[in-house]
Structures are given as structure tokens and as C-alpha cells.
Write a protein that binds this ligand. Structure first.
Ligand code: SAH
Length: 427
């Protein structure tokens, strides 16, 4: 075929697209079609489990048989995702007869349309055609994606950022979960917002290295340095978020772990809402799951624990301010994950034992999980409080109680990815 390809952005919402084939290629092609809102007809005797799930959920129509030419009636586009050249050629012929563009995974030279390699950044879609060579188009696409990811890249200026508004109007606040400690454990969306923020308000528990991602000209507010008591400081933070957003800024409120797990994210959302400031919440990897994982402990395990409960230990069990039914928690068999629990650990463990949780229940404490300073202590419910003191463990630390704490013991997980070397830590 001669002539250069003519690029188009097809607007497929509500339009019929036929995909012939139910294997790996179709599995890779279908999600983008569904994302574009296409009305997909899948023609294939058999489907991969992933395609089957789309069919079962009625996200597409499935004709469980081989292709017939009138499958293309009413279609705007057809994608051929089968290996059999004769069957594929018959789809091509039926498509040509109906003037429907036909993408061929098996034979790019017989195709009437090529699918580009794609990368998206907010509202911008970059599509690359490599002259029919998919490896070349993917390599170019990857290079462009890297370019766009550079924080001062051409498309990362606030003017093009989705939802970022001209500075004469109200900006917005993003409550972003930074993850447990390893800077790589932030989400892609959280990272993108962080690199574009005009203002970043960061917590004490936020991985320091992430702050290197902030634009040099952005305002960085260290929330842990606000010189008032905790509740006054929270008001102050709310005020900073609201003021900056009302001045038209993109404000990222970066919080350790997940913003809504003991993170006061809800209060910040309410303060912004009351001031008419739009808020986005970007969930984070919470230490309540990631810290056990970093110590080789799954919070659930088949045949061991079918539940996990995350509880704050910052209020002592016998305090009138306690909202936690420790007596009821003692009656559970599953995993108990205690955050902010070191100070009250002796009282917490004594209460659990007093209400019937066996003292020999396995326990583990993970300090500064997923960082180079990670330390892990293994113990039992009965002795963990004393062991923590003896080992000199300090916050931030997560306490894990339950049989999962030893479920994978002996599986040779030392040095396993996800458990970084723990200098000074105990195995
Ligand atoms: N929103 C956070 C939790 C905030 S409460 C999250 O979802 O992870 C603060 C408590 O979280 C700490 O006292 C500690 O119990 C726990 N924590 C946070 N980061 C931790 C880490 N890297 N290692 C161990 N515990 C951590």
C-alpha cells in the first residue's frame, strides 16, 4: 500500500465496532474500544477469561461462533484478531465490500487501518504510527511518554492540566495518598498531580524523596512545622488549602499512606467543600496493609484469616474517649492491625488477652516499613509490648496480631522484593 497513513481520532461512543477473535490480541484491543464507548460485538467461538468477564458483565455483545460477513452490517470499524490468514482475509473482504475500515493484527499490509501506540496525559492523547512496524511505534511512544512525564515537559504546564484553571478562577485541592514510605509506592495519578502542583502541603510521614518531585517554583508547606497544637494546626492547614485554592492554585495535600485511613482527610475535604473549593481524592497504599506485606505478612491468607481489622491505638482502651470495642476485637479470630499503637501497646495487648485472645497469638511489629530504615520484630500477643520496649522500636510502626504473622514464616522471604534490607532490624 502506498501513501502515508492519514491520522484520525475516531469518536466511537455508541458506535458498533466488531472484533473478530477471542484470544490474547483481542484481550489487549477490547479495553481501549470499551474505554472509547464503542458498542463492541465480539465474534469468536471461545474467549479468554478476561474477555469472558466483559461479556458476562454485558459490557459487550458476544457471538459465540465463527465470523459471518453480515456480522459487519451496521459496523463502523472492524478489528481482526485471529491468526488464520484465510479467515482473516474473508473478514477483510467483507469489510471492503461495506467500506468499513479493517485493522488486521495478523497482516498489517492487508489492513486498511493501523492502530497506533498510544499514551495519554490527562486530556491529551498521543498516537504514534511507526510505518506499520509496531515495535518502532511503541519505542517512539515510550520516548514521548517519558518526555511528558518530565515535570517541566511541554504538556505539564498548568494551562493544559485537566481541571487546572486560569489563575483568576478558583483552583482546586487534591488530597493525595503518598503511600507508606517507599517513594515508588505513590499512585501514578498522585505522582502526576504532585509534579504539577503550585502548592504542596506535606505531612510528616510523607516520603521525603517525593518532595524532590515538586516543581522548583512551587510553594512547599511542611504541615508538621505549623507551630500550634494539633487541632489548631489542623485548622491552619485547612485554611492554607482553602486560601491557596481560592487564589487559583492547584494545591496538593500530600498525606502518608491513604488520606482516609486515620489521616483527617475527611475534615480537609469538608473544609474545602464549605469554602466552595473543588476537591479530588487520590487514594494511597495504606501502611495498614503495606507494612505487614513488607515484613512478609499477608493480612489475609487462605485457611488462616478471612478478615482483617484496622484499628487506631492512639487512645488507651480504658480511656473515656475510646471509640473501640477492644473486648469485641478480642473475640475475633482474624488479623488485627494496630496503627499508632506503640505508646498504649501494653494496655492494648493486656485488654485483648483479658477478653480471651490467646496470649500465644503471633505478633509482629514493623517500624518505618518500606523504607531503608525498616525494622521488624516478631513476638506474641503476650510479650510483644515488652519486646518493643526492649528492642527500642519507635513510631511510625504497625502492629500485626494474628496467625498470619507466621503464616509465611520459613518460606525464605528474606531479601524478597518488597522487604528492603533492614539495617539494624531484626529478622
Ligand atoms: N494514613 C496513614 C496512617 C496515618 S496514622 C496510612 O494509611 O498509612 C499514622 C500511623 O500509620 C503511624 O503511627 C503508624 O502506625 C502507621 N504508619 C504509617 N507509615 C508507616 C510506616 N512506613 N511503617 C510503619 N507504620 C507506618
Amino acid at each position: 500500500m502506498s501513501g502515508n497513513p492519514y491520522p484520525l481520532g475516531l469518536r466511537l461512543a455508541g458506535r458498533r465496532v466488531v472484533v473478530v477473535g477471542g484470544g490474547v490480541v483481542a484481550t489487549r484491543r477490547v479495553p481501549a474500544l470499551l474505554d472509547a464507548g464503542a458498542h463492541v460485538l465480539l465474534v469468536a467461538p471461545e474467549l479468554t477469561p478476561a474477555l469472558r468477564a466483559h461479556a458476562d458483565a454485558a459490557r459487550l455483545d458476544w457471538a459465540p461462533r465463527r465470523f459471518a460477513p453480515d456480522d459487519l452490517d451496521g459496523a463502523w470499524l472492524v478489528q481482526v484478531a485471529i491468526d488464520d490468514p484465510i479467515a482473516a482475509a474473508s473478514v477483510s473482504a467483507a469489510a471492503a465490500e461495506r467500506r468499513i475500515f479493517c485493522v488486521r493484527a495478523d497482516d498489517r499490509f492487508s489492513a486498511t487501518a493501523w492502530t497506533p501506540a498510544v499514551t495519554r496525559q490527562g486530556p491529551v492523547t498521543v498516537a504514534v504510527l511507526g510505518g506499520g512496524d509496531p515495535r518502532r511505534s511503541m519505542a517512539v511512544r515510550d520516548a514521548i511518554r517519558d518526555l511528558l512525564d518530565v515535570r517541566k515537559g511541554p504538556l505539564s504546564t498548568p494551562a493544559v492540566e485537566e481541571g487546572s484553571l486560569p489563575h483568576t478562577r478558583v483552583g482546586r485541592v487534591a488530597l493525595v495518598g503518598a503511600g507508606p514510605g517507599d517513594p515508588e509506592l505513590i499512585t501514578v495519578r498522585g505522582w502526576r498531580l504532585l509534579t504539577r502542583a503550585d502548592v504542596v502541603v506535606a505531612d510528616r510521614l510523607v516520603p521525603g524523596l517525593l518532595l524532590d518531585e515538586v516543581r522548583a517554583d512551587a510553594e512547599l508547606v511542611d504541615a508538621s512545622k505549623i507551630p500550634y497544637g494539633p487541632s489548631r494546626a489542623q485548622e491552619e492547614i485547612n485554611q492554607i488549602l482553602v486560601d491557596r485554592a481560592l487564589a487559583g492554585k492547584l494545591v496538593v495535600r500530600l498525606k502518608g499512606g491513604d488520606p482516609y485511613v486515620f489521616g483527617r482527610g475527611g475534615e480537609e475535604l469538608l473544609a474545602c467543600a464549605a469554602a466552595g473549593v473543588p476537591v479530588t481524592v487520590v487514594p494511597g497504599v495504606t501502611s495498614s496493609i503495606a507494612a505487614p506485606a513488607a515484613a512478609g505478612i499477608p493480612v489475609t491468607h487462605r485457611g488462616v484469616a478471612h478478615e482483617f481489622t484496622v484499628v487506631s491505638g492512639h487512645v488507651a482502651p480504658d480511656s473515656p474517649d475510646s471509640l473501640v470495642r477492644w473486648d469485641a476485637l478480642a473475640g475475633l479470630r482474624g488479623t488485627l492491625v494496630v496503627l499508632m499503637g506503640l505508646k498504649n501497646l501494653a494496655a492494648i495487648t493486656a485488654t485483648l488477652v483479658a477478653h480471651g485472645r490467646p496470649a500465644e497469638t503471633p505478633a509482629a511489629v514493623v517500624q518505618e516499613a518500606t523504607t531503608g530504615a525498616q525494622r521488624v520484630l516478631r513476638s506474641t500477643l503476650g510479650t510483644v509490648a515488652a519486646d518493643v520496649v526492649a528492642a527500642g522500636l519507635r513510631p511510625p510502626a504497625v502492629v500485626v496480631l494474628g496467625d498470619v504473622a507466621t503464616a509465611l514464616a520459613g518460606a525464605g522471604l528474606e531479601g524478597f522484593p518488597g522487604s528492603p534490607p533492614a539495617p539494624g532490624g531484626q529478622a
